[in-house]
Design a binder for this molecule. Sequence first.
Ligand code: GLA
Length: 668
Amino acid sequence: MRWPTKGLSFGGDYSPEQWSWDVVLEDIDLMHEAGVNLVTLGVFSWVIHEPRDGHFDFSWLDRMLDLLSDNGIGVDLATPTAAVPMWLHRLHPEILPQDTHGHPLAPGGRLGWCPSSPVFRTYALRIVERLAEHAAGHPALRMWHVSNELGGGNARCHCPISNARFREWLAAKYRTVTALNAAWGMSFWGNTYSSFEEVTTPWGITAHNPGHLLDYERFSSDELLAHFRAEKDVLRRLTPDVPITTNFMVGLGPDVVDYTRWAGEMDIVANDHYTFGPDPLKHEDLAFSGDRMRGMSGGRPWMLMEHAAGAGSWHPINQPKVPGEISRHAIAHLARGSDSVMFFQWRASTSGTEQFHSAMVPHAGPDSAVFRDVIALGRQVAALAEVQGSIVEPADVALLHDNEAGWALRSGLKPMNGHGYADTARAIHNALFERAVTTDIVPPWADLDRYRLVVIPGLFLLSDENAQAVQAYVESGGTVLITWFSGVVDERNAVRRGGYPGLLRSVTGSLSEELFPLDGQDAVRLDNGWTGRRWMERMRAPQHAGVETVASYADGAYAGEPAITRRRTGAGTAWYLSTDLDAASLGELVDRVLSETQIRPTAVVAPGVEAVRRASSDASYLFLINHADVDGWAQASGTDLLTGHEHSELVSLPPGAVAVLREHTPQR
Ligand code: GLA
């Protein structure tokens, strides 16, 4: 499907329904000034299109589509199903989702609908159909934006309809209640079902069965995906050539719905990403989500649908971007494969829930630092037009990430409760980021053969099939770095017998018998001088199985016993790390693994400089971003598309500087 704009897309969510016509006309002028070429329109406009049940009025939409297209601005048109009209709530209060106490949520806000509600689905598809019939063929229509952040508020419903649908979903999956009982291990606490009719969504009682909880997460994701597909089918039928997407909320994960399994349904995969002002690692958080998006898009360009020009408003404190950050963050998304820079939102609202959320045009108006930064960014995005369609250079490192593993980890009681599924993934990703090594974050079923190194960080759940794929990968010469609490359960969320990391024992040769979380700030020393935190495992590392102990615990309950092992398996190598190394120790481990696998950085750069390469058939583009507050540099040669400067051999990068080089010698 065609990309919605010529060159990179630049713009944001636009809600002209909040403004008088004179403001709208000013918006168009300002959009020209900033170089906006795409806006997302109509996200919350259901009540405008259908002010009363069955009465449709698209005059406002026509006016906006005409105005935008007359001014050369394309439209990513939203189906308005995130914004249920109040008249629909009054007519059908039963569409509201119910919480774990069986209480319906109050109308208002957004996404006030149960994903399984047939009544809501009927109304939703009717407005989608009328909207698509109306907008079909309009020159402004470049893309469909289905609803908004599906699951952001309505992902888990416990109403009677959801309960009935959950039972149907389980019956389709397990066929017999005996199979269901076996899968979830319902003989524990004598919870055995005698009929599917006895099953409910997990609510009310704490400490539910882990298999039950995990299946409920899967079910909830599937119900929302069914909704997406239903809308998509209508849009595809009426506008077969217009690309269709919905905006994901991909961050560290696990996600609210299983975006990795949804991604194949999108013509273009799109994401909303928000950094947290005080987070010292926000640039790496951004890179993590970008690397996940690329993993979901199969390496093809993806779309940054929303990010912020400044502060959000849902954290306890909400800080604006510091000078230079607007451009740095936007370009960092481009570096990792986005072909767009889109914001929430164009103009800051004065009323409503998000009245203090930042925007491209802030409350202060166009005579402001933020809007001047937006204009400057628009120029940068235009200068980078030729990058559109290029792809991020294939990475040597894959990091396995699976929402189901994260859901399984938070489903039920564990040796350490409440630790973040992605903590270890992020620590290793950060170590690689600091070494200018690009990482593809992919699901465990991805093709691993193209990677020199596969990182398996705290991947709690691993299926038989995916474990076999890891084994085949190592045997044929690959290297894996497996960390603590990986491979522990199967797809039922049942613990695999025989020791941890479950089936991956076949590659590690070592196994852990016991899991020993550490209290708070407690640390454990290793005999090579490294430091572990949070977690230890009591390991067996049999030499006769070819296992080498790289480091042992030097103190604590397991003093003298192995902490890190390494084994040649077939033609490859498997590392096992049984503790949570601190950053310095982890860095040393990563250095050793990178040197053994001969993985080189994208470019030789000073500390704090991010380096990512995108390549097309005839050019390569090196993105360089200095996130540090000291002078940086990179060894590279090329023409900086942002400034026109020629660089040979060394690029100096003052604090916060960005350069995008079309390299003199294309690297592919
Ligand atoms: C999300 C939503 C937007 C807005 C922003 C900012 O990404 O899609 O409508 O609420 O967050 O909070």
